[in-house]
Design a protein around this ligand. Structure first.
Ligand code: CDP
Length: 222
């Protein structure tokens, strides 16, 4: 990890993506949704016919995949993903991908494949990265860790407002109970309950914690 990493973890629809984008924009660092990489792989696995009991056959399959990350000019917009040269972006929010991604993300070979890419990005970039295990497993050494939460009702409401068909509760159950890298509050993380906070309030809370942790060097004027 040559670059610096701000790790933002939490359950589905806790506000991680929007908050992480806001923080990335305040610092001029690259925003990365690790969930997008899991969704891109889940889309590819469905495309290639892995809809049932993926664990064994996925090991060989994932070894043959090429996942390319393309940076936008604006680092806070994040990266576009190509899987085997094909643009995965239009497929990431599809209901069938949301329905299968947690099963596919539970496979250790898939996690190793994605973690290697996430870690290699940090060799060349300062990152604001969001996910489920960023502070606990991918970058446990970073001093800047957050865990965003919100009540299950509020999270289901936020997802429905986005117009998404998504069983947030079921994904939470699978993500929290899997054997490898389950969703957990990383030791030392700052926990923020966003249930009654709007986006700007959460971004302000994160930035104020970061100021007190002295991540101020490259922060642009707001
Ligand atoms: O945006 P939302 O919180 O709904 O989900 P996401 O961040 O796009 O992640 C989709 C799924 O990928 C999660 O439900 C997890 O199963 C998996 N994931 C993971 O296992 N580890 C991560 N670091 C990020 C996502």
């Amino acid at each position: 990890m040559a670059g610096r990493v701000i790790a933002i973890d939490g359950p589905a629809a806790s506000g991680k993506s929007s908050v992480s984008r806001g923080v990335a924009s305040a610092f001029g660092w690259l925003f990365v949704s690790s969930g997008h990489l899991y969704r891109a792989v889940a889309w590819g696995a469905l495309r290639d016919g892995f809809s049932h009991d993926p664990s064994h056959s996925l090991i060989d399959w994932i070894a043959m995949r090429q996942l390319t990350l393309l940076e936008d000019e604006d680092p806070a917009k994040g990266v576009s993903l190509l899987l085997d040269g094909e643009n995965a972006t239009p497929h990431l929010s599809k209901p069938e991908v949301a329905a299968k991604v947690s099963l596919i993300a539970a496979v250790p070979a898939v996690r190793d494949f994605i973690n290697a890419r996430l870690r290699s990005l940090s060799e060349t970039h300062d990152l604001v990265m969001e996910g489920r295990d960023i502070g606990s497993v991918v970058f446990p050494e970073t001093p800047w860790k957050f865990y965003l939460d919100a009540s299950p009702e509020e999270r289901a409401r936020r997802r429905a407002k986005e117009g998404a068909v998504d069983s947030v509760a079921e994904r939470d159950r699978l993500d929290s109970t899997r054997a490898t890298s389950p969703l957990t509050i990383p030791p030392g993380a700052t926990v923020i309950d966003t249930t009654h906070l709007d986006l700007q309030q959460v971004i302000a809370a994160v930035l104020s914690h970061l100021d007190s942790l002295t991540v101020t060097t490259t922060r642009s004027a707001q």
